[in-house]
Design a protein around this ligand. Structure first.
Ligand SMILES: [Zn+2]
Ligand SMILES: [Zn+2]
Length: 243
């Protein structure tokens, strides 16, 4: 199986990440992954984490990690695909497949209704998965579902508790949405739990990924290890029974 990380943060593009692009790529390469999507935090209006930048400056800064990853990918021998984790009132959406030129060419995003924006992105070739939809951290005012504006639901996010993942899985099933799994990795090789997607044939591009996902050729997996020195082992995916 060819394996991929779908939810990865790197420093400095994500302020909350401690691992660099290089550390992250070397880590996933050491585990035998075929590729990663780089999904740093992105906001459609002025980024509050980087208040001194204009939105255009932020887009350049944001994609610098992906561009660095792209040039390192050949040396390290792992594929990288562009992505972003979009924030909307505390809710997060993984948008896979749009690059810097696309974001620079669409300044109107700033004025757009969020649902219109997700649909525009999907029309233009992106794949959208609702990340940790049942997250209940303090900054999240309310759980918000947008089933008509996403392709998939992140049903396993290893940072979330079993109930939140089980609810995400229930949501995906109820609406017939595709499923992704991800690590929400901010610390590269310091992780003890990872999740991702796998495929019997290698994924060559985001368009190829979307085609394979829609054809039912992608499955999710989870791996864990006891401590940082031990090896990762596959764990079977079983969702908590809902009341
Ligand atoms: Zn998130
Ligand atoms: Zn994240």
């Amino acid at each position: 199986m060819y394996r991929y990380e779908t939810h990865l943060h790197t420093s400095p593009a994500s302020k909350c990440a401690s691992a660099t692009v290089k550390e992250s790529l070397e880590f996933y390469k050491s585990l035998g992954y075929d590729g990663v999507f780089i999904t740093n935090h992105y906001t459609k209006v002025k980024n509050s984490k980087f208040p001194d930048m204009t939105q255009e400056e932020f887009i350049h800064f944001f994609f610098k990690d992906y561009e660095d990853a792209l040039s390192l990918s050949r040396k390290i021998g792992i594929k990288v695909f562009p992505g972003a984790e979009l924030s909307f009132e505390g809710n997060h959406f993984l948008v896979l497949g749009l690059d810097k030129d696309w974001f620079l060419a669409h300044p109107e995003l700033r004025e757009m209704k969020f649902s219109d924006m997700l649909n525009l992105m999907r029309e233009e070739g992106a794949f959208v998965s609702h990340a940790h939809p049942f997250d209940e951290r303090g900054f999240i005012n309310h759980i918000k579902l947008m089933p008509r504006c996403v392709d998939a639901v992140e049903v396993i996010n290893v940072q979330k508790n079993p109930f939140q993942n089980a609810m995400a899985n229930f949501y995906a099933d109820a609406y017939g949405l595709l499923k992704t799994a991800g690590s929400d990795n901010h610390i590269a090789g310091k992780s003890k739990k990872l999740a991702g997607i796998q495929c019997e044939e290698p994924i060559e591009s985001v368009a190829d990924f979307i085609e394979k996902a829609k054809a039912g050729k992608i499955s999710i997996f989870q791996i864990e290890r006891e401590d940082r020195e031990s090896e990762f082992k596959d764990v079977s995916i079983e969702f908590q029974k809902l009341p």
